[in-house]
Design a protein around this ligand. Sequence first.
Ligand SMILES: *Cc1c(COP(=O)(O)O)cnc(C)c1O
Length: 346
Amino acid sequence: MNDTPIDLRSDTVTRPTDAMRAVMAAAPVGDDQYGEDPSTNRLQTRVAELLGKEAALWLPSGTMGNQVALKVLTRPGDEVVAARESHAAWHEVGGAAANAGVQIVEIGQGGVFDVHELAAAIKPAGLPVFPQTTLLEIENTHNRAGGVVVPQPLVDDLCETARAHGLACFLDGARLWNAHVASGVALADMARPFDLVSVAFSKGLGAPGGSLLAGRKDLIASADRHRRRLGGAMRQNGIFAAAALHALDHHLTRLAEDHTHAHLLARRLCAATAVELDLASVQTNIVIFRLPPHLPDATTVVARARAQQVLLSAFGPRTVRAVTHLDVSRAQCEHAAQVLVALLAG
Ligand SMILES: *Cc1c(COP(=O)(O)O)cnc(C)c1O
């Protein structure tokens, strides 16, 4: 076990399984820009059905999905309300500003906020100096908050408040699959209050790439034009789509294992070290912990763990993230926990 690194940096590091590679090799393909890729068409139909939407569109990455959603639902100069430390604000190189020309207002704590915080963040219409607040974005699960699931009743209330103020609603569901498996809420119910929903295949589902946006036909037609404009329209994409279809069949329900493994790791860290870790926040496959002042900083901890073949991410000067996934077994998570406990206790 000690010669292969246990890679907990992200669930994006998963490699296609042999079975996935086999369906990729055999995938029927065509030119997707002519709408003639049968595998992509199947995937788009299937994801639209799963999410209870009229249509869905393939995109090469989740970042492009977020960029396209902003282009479809906002105009330059608009304001978007999102949870503090949302992916769109922190991990997309300023794309919201650079591509859609919008600014993001980050509110709440721990990946969530309530209807009062939302209402307070929406700039009153009719005052000529204010930007127009036109979009509510919810990230579910919320990555930087530790993979927390946004409770569905709250999601429904937030979207209702947003609509009452004339805002559109977008769900960044890169890890919506994890939220679905952890909460048991149907995907279509989670997607219902939103105009556009993105989901990713390159994270816990273990496909080599791809995200989809789902929504009303007219919005997806607009998304298609923006995708092309950003250079994201592809050709024989069926090779990727086949991997995504395979992932839906074989890797969706097993996400529960990743959640169990994350919780195991978190419990060990809580029991045997002084790291700051709220067990209640470990709801899916992400473990985020903070290093109190008497422990080494995140860069040091990450380097020391790496020397023992356990790979983690430094998420801040004193914040570390570990993510469980398809390519790490329970035994490997137990071993990683042992290494971290020794390193953080000593
Ligand atoms: C990973 C991620 C994205 C972006 O996906 P990429 O395919 O890496 O571009 C968007 N939103 C969230 C919440 C993510 O975790």
